[in-house]
Ligand binder design. Sequence first.
Ligand SMILES: *Cc1c(COP(=O)(O)O)cnc(C)c1O
Length: 471
Amino acid sequence: MKAQSPYEPTLARALTHALNHLARLEQTPVAATTTLEELRGRLAQPLPTEGMAPEAVIDSLVADTQGGVLGTQGGRFFGWVIGGSLPAALAADWLTASWDQNAALYACGPAEAVLEEICGIWLKEVLQLPATASFALVTGCQMAHVTCLAAARHALLARRGWSVEDDGLAGAPVIRMLSSNQRHGSIERAVRLLGLGQRHVVDLPVDAQGRLAPATLAAALRESTAPTIVILQAGDLNIGAYDPFAELIPLAHEHEAWVHVDGAFGLWANASPAHQHLLAGVGQADSWATDGHKWLNVPYDCGYAFVADPEAHRSAMSHRASYLVHAADARDQIDWTPEWSRRGRGVATYAALRQLGRNGIAELVARTSRHAQALTRGIGALPGAELVWESAVNQGLVRFLAPSPGASAADHDRRTDEVIAAILATGEAFFGGTTWRGMRCMRISVCNWQTSESDVVRTIAAVAQVLEKGV
Ligand SMILES: *Cc1c(COP(=O)(O)O)cnc(C)c1O
C-alpha cells in the first residue's frame, strides 16, 4: 500500500472547514460577532515552545477565529468594494499554494510564466486595452498604480534627458499630477512611494455628475509646462463616476502629459456591451490599473497594471543579475513587477477567466450593476430613507433621515451612521458609510458573483425592519 502523504490529513481538515464556512454563509451573520478583546484572548497565546500536530493547528485556527471572519464570500456583503471568489479561482488558488512556485522567472515556474502571459493577452482583450500594451500581475490596484506611475515617471523624465533609475529624483524636474478630487487614496500612496510628493498632486473639482470636465483639465494643463501626469477615474468609489476619456485624453496628450487611469473596479464595465459606452476613448490612455480581487472575483491578492509603452514599463522595473536564469523567448515576470520572489497569481486569474468566459464576465458586470440599482432604489424608497445616488454600475448611495421635525444636517448624518450600525447588528447584510459632498451616506457596492435577486429582497426587508423598529 502506498504511504499517505504527510499533507493529506491536514489538507482534508482544511477542505472540510472551508466547505463548512462556504455552506453556512446563508445562515451565519454577515458582520463580525466577536470583539477585538475576544479575538486577542483566543489568538494571542505565548509563542509555543513545542510544536503541535498540523491537523490540530488547523482545527484550532478555525475555532479561535470564530465570529471574526466576515461574510464577504456571501451574497449580502455590500461594504467597501469587495469581491468574492469564483469556485474555479478559489480552487486554482489552492493549487497555487500547493505547487508553491516562485513566479519571478520562467526558469523557476515555467507553467506559471506562461499562464501569466496568457492572462495578459486575455485581460487586454476583455478590458479592450491595446493588444500591444505591457502588463504585470501585482498584489492589487495600489501596486498597479505604483507600477504604472513608475513607468510614467521614467518616460516623462527620460524625455527631459533625466534617468530617474540612475540619478534618482534629487535635482530632477518636478512632475506635477492633475486629477479630480474624487480619486482614491491609493494614488497618494503610490505618489509617496515613488518620491513624487503628494504636494504635487493638484486637486481639480468635478462637475455635478462627479466627472472631471474638459474645460477644468484644459485650464489646469495650461498653467504649467512641467512634466505632467493626468490621473483619470474609471468608476470612483462613491458613485462609480467615469471621467469623459474621449475628450480628456487627447487634451492631455496635446500637452504631452502621461494619462493614467484608476479603474480598480470600473474598468470592468468595458467587458459589458451594455456598459462600455462609459469608457469610450479609455484605450488611448498611457497606463491603466485595475483589480482581479474585486469585480472579477479572484481571491486576494490580485491586481493588474497595463502600460501602453512597454519600454517605459520595462525600464522602470526590469532587473538582470548574473545568477538569474533569463529565458530568451519566455516572459520573466520580474521584468514587469515591483517584486522579486512572488506567488503565481496568474493561476487564479486564468481559472476565473476560463470559468466565466467573455459572456460570463459581461453578464456578471450587468447582473451586479442591476442588483446595486435595485438595492439603491429599494432602500432609498423606504420610509425614513433617501436615495442619494443611483449609478450606472455597481455602486449606489442612500442615507437615513432623522425623524424629528426641524432635524439638522448633523442629525441626518448621525441617524445614517446609527442605521448602518443597526443593519450590521442584524447580521443580515453588511454596508459601510462614507461622507460624500458633506453628507454621511451608506455605500452600496455589489461585486460578488453570488449576490442574487433573493439576497436583494432579503436585504431590503432587513433594512425596512431596522427602520420600522426604530434605532
Ligand atoms: C479598491 C480601490 C483601489 C485600491 O485597490 P486595492 O486593490 O485595494 O489596492 C483604488 N482605486 C479604487 C477606485 C478602488 O475602488
